[in-house]
Write a protein that binds this ligand. Structure first.
Ligand code: 13P
Ligand code: SF4
Length: 338
C-alpha cells in the first residue's frame, strides 16, 4: 500500500467511517489479524450480532454486559471493538488508557439515535423526582444524564435494586421498558425509542412458521414488541438466549433477535435446528444494518493502521462512567458478573 493511498484514506476517514483501502485478494486476512493481535498486544471483542467470520477471529464474543466487563478488565494495549459505536464508546469510558478501535465509525444504533441528548435533557428536567435508568444502547451524552445504566442481561436486577416508591424514568427502549414494567410491577415512565431490528418481526410469518414447525420454541429478545413477547416460550438477552438453547431439551427454535447469534447457537448445539424469525419485509432473516457495517477486511485495516479510533472528552467520560460503574456494582452484588 503506498503512503499516498494511506494518507488519502485517512483524510476521507471521517466522511466514509472507515479506511477505504483495497486489500490484496490473495492475503490470508485471518492470519494477518492473528499476527497483528500479537504484534500490537491487541484484543478483539465481538458482539454476537457480528458476521460469523468476525466472531471466529474474536478473543471474546458476548452480549453488551459481557463485552463491557471484558473491556474494563483487559490488559491489552489496543481494544478492537467489533460491535457498534455505543459499545466501543463504553469500552473507552471504562478503560481510557487503552486505544479503542472500531472497524467502521458509522456502525451506529437506531435505539441510541432515538434519544438525542438535548431532547432527553428537557424530558428529564420535566421529571426532576425521577431516577434515570438508561439501557446501555445510548450515547455517552445520555449516559452522562443517567443515574444507572442497565443491559438486557441485568435490567431486572437493576430495577429491583431501586426502592419501590422511587419513580423511575427509563430510556431509550420503550419495548424493554414495557417488558420490565410487566416483570417488576413498576410503572416506569418510558422514553419513546425502539430498535429497528427487533420491531420489524412479522407476527403473521412467525405464526405460520410455528404451524409448520409445531415443536419449535419461540425465543425472543426483550427489545421485541409486546405481542411477540407474549407468544414467546422464553425471553432473554443474547447470552441468555444462547444459554437457554444449550440447556433446554428441545430440538428446534425460532429465534427472534438479530441473526448473528445463530452462528454461536449452531456451534454450541450442532444437532439442533435454529430458524431465524422472519421480519415484515421480503427478507428471510433479520440483520442489523449497523452491526453488519463491520467486515473482516475493515477489522484488519483498522488494526493495521490503528484507525478509526474512539476518542472522548475527559469531562464527558467521567460523567458517563458513574452510572456504568453503578451498573457493574449492582451486577456484581447480584452475582451476574464475576
Ligand atoms: P444484548 O447484547 O444486551 O443482548 O443486546 C442486544 C442488542 O441489541 C445489542 O445492540
Ligand atoms: Fe441498535 Fe438494534 Fe442494531 Fe442492537 S440490533 S445495534 S439495538 S439497531
Amino acid at each position: 500500500m503506498s503512503d499516498i493511498n494511506i494518507a488519502e484514506a485517512k483524510i476521507n476517514l471521517e466522511k466514509k467511517g472507515f479506511l477505504d483501502l483495497g486489500i490484496d485478494p490473495t492475503m490470508d486476512v485471518f492470519a494477518e489479524i492473528e499476527r497483528l493481535k500479537k504484534e500490537k498486544n491487541a484484543i478483539v471483542l465481538a458482539h454476537y450480532y457480528q458476521e460469523p467470520d468476525i466472531q471466529d477471529v474474536a478473543d471474546y464474543i458476548g452480549d453488551s454486559l459481557g463485552l463491557a466487563q471484558q473491556a474494563e478488565k483487559t490488559q491489552a494495549d489496543i481494544i478492537v471493538f467489533a460491535g457498534v459505536h455505543f459499545m466501543a464508546e463504553t469500552a473507552k469510558i471504562l478503560n481510557p488508557s487503552k486505544k479503542v478501535l472500531l472497524p467502521d465509525l458509522k456502525a451506529g444504533c437506531s435505539l441510541a439515535d432515538s434519544a438525542p441528548a438535548d431532547l432527553f435533557r428537557k424530558f428529564k428536567e420535566k421529571h426532576p423526582d425521577h431516577l434515570v435508568v438508561s439501557y446501555i444502547n445510548c450515547t455517552a451524552d445520555i449516559k452522562a444524564l443517567s443515574d444507572i445504566i442497565c443491559t438486557s442481561s441485568n435490567a431486572e436486577k437493576i430495577i429491583e435494586s431501586i426502592p419501590v416508591d422511587q419513580p423511575i424514568l427509563f430510556a431509550p427502549d420503550k419495548n424493554l421498558g414495557a417488558y420490565l414494567n410487566k416483570k417488576t410491577g413498576r410503572n416506569m415512565l418510558l422514553w419513546n425509542g425502539a430498535c429497528m431490528v427487533h420491531e420489524i418481526f412479522s407476527l403473521e410469518k412467525i405464526t405460520k412458521l410455528k404451524t409448520r414447525h409445531p415443536n419449535a420454541k419461540l425465543i425472543a429478545h426483550p427489545e421485541c414488541e409486546d405481542p411477540l413477547l407474549r407468544m414467546a416460550d422464553y425471553i432473554g438477552s443474547t447470552t441468555q438466549l444462547l444459554k437457554y438453547t444449550q440447556q433446554d431439551n428441545g430440538s428446534e427454535y425460532i429465534v427472534a433477535t438479530e441473526t448473528g447469534i445463530l452462528h454461536q447457537m449452531q456451534k454450541a448445539s450442532p444437532e439442533k435446528h435454529f430458524i431465524p424469525a422472519p421480519p415484515d419485509n421480503s427478507c428471510a432473516c433479520n440483520d442489523c444494518p449497523h452491526m453488519k457495517l463491520n467486515t473482516l477486511e475493515k477489522l484488519y485495516l483498522c488494526m493495521e493502521y490503528e484507525a478509526p479510533e474512539i476518542l472522548m472528552e475527559e469531562q464527558l467520560r467521567l460523567a458517563a462512567k458513574k452510572p456504568i460503574d453503578r451498573m457493574l456494582e449492582i451486577s456484581r452484588a447480584a452475582g451476574l458478573i464475576g
